[in-house]
Design a protein around this ligand. Sequence first.
Ligand SMILES: Cc1cc2nc3c(=O)[nH]c(=O)nc-3n(C[C@H](O)[C@H](O)[C@H](O)COP(=O)(O)O)c2cc1C
Length: 290
Amino acid sequence: MGEGLKNLIMKTAIYYYSGTGNTKYGVEYLKKCFEKHNNTCELISICDKPSFEPEHYDLVGFASPVYHGYPAKVMIDFIEKISCCAMEIPAFTILCPCFNLFELGYWGAKEHFYGMLAKKNIRVITESGFFGEASHPVIRTFFLGPFFKFIGTPYLSKGRPDSRDTSAISDFSETITKNFNNYKSGIVPKLPHSKIKKWISTNVVFSFVEYCNKHFLIKKVNKNECTKCGACFNVCPVNAIVLNEYPVFQSSCIHCQNCINICPNGAIEYNTLRKVNPYRSAYGAHQSDI
Ligand SMILES: Cc1cc2nc3c(=O)[nH]c(=O)nc-3n(C[C@H](O)[C@H](O)[C@H](O)COP(=O)(O)O)c2cc1C
């Protein structure tokens, strides 16, 4: 590696989505790690509907929570809308699952991420992830509730991200720099790729979580509390809320819970899971005004 490359200052952008704040926390930490080494890093929330302009950066990152074995649907839609890049763009990915037993929570999300980006001529040169507390309401009800919390607390990452995750992110910032320098010298690393995990994501995890969501996650609006302010409508990242005087939830809802967290009167709740407090990580949700 040449001296020039060793001292290369990277200009990075990270396009991220975070439903309840964990992924956002991770990318903010990564930005600090980059800046410590004089690299620049811009964080771009895809909920702000930004245009994808990789030509302004040396390297782009994509960060998302894992939602039923895939990157979140908001991220998938964002990538699908990108036009295929004329020149290959080097990139890295970061995923944030909750299920940490043997790192199973990723399922095949990494593989799906690389595949989607490759179709746009975006080459993933390195990938990583860290754990965040379970945000899925059904999982929280059963495995972080009074009876099964002995299972949920260790394996569903209660209280994370924590120092284990920040240390992994700090190491990852160094790997990114190393792999970027290698890439510039023509060395492209081979990333782990498991067809089995990809198959499990698509055919087992996705179908199972979709089934649970359809049958157990029905939202209702308390009409005595709702002031029809429209905050929920504005914050929905997939436009799954129709304001028919009161909010009505469409089947395209991804259960990110932004609407529940933003409602000033707590008027939205899950019909079937009344006892679950909506989860918002200690670090806040992705919208700075929530
Ligand atoms: C709809 C939905 C599906 C999820 N699917 C998975 C999954 O397949 N594997 C996993 O480990 N965690 C899953 N989770 C948990 C989140 O990935 C995890 O809590 C993450 O830390 C949330 O990140 P965020 O706060 O940035 O949104 C799911 C959460 C939701 C709401």
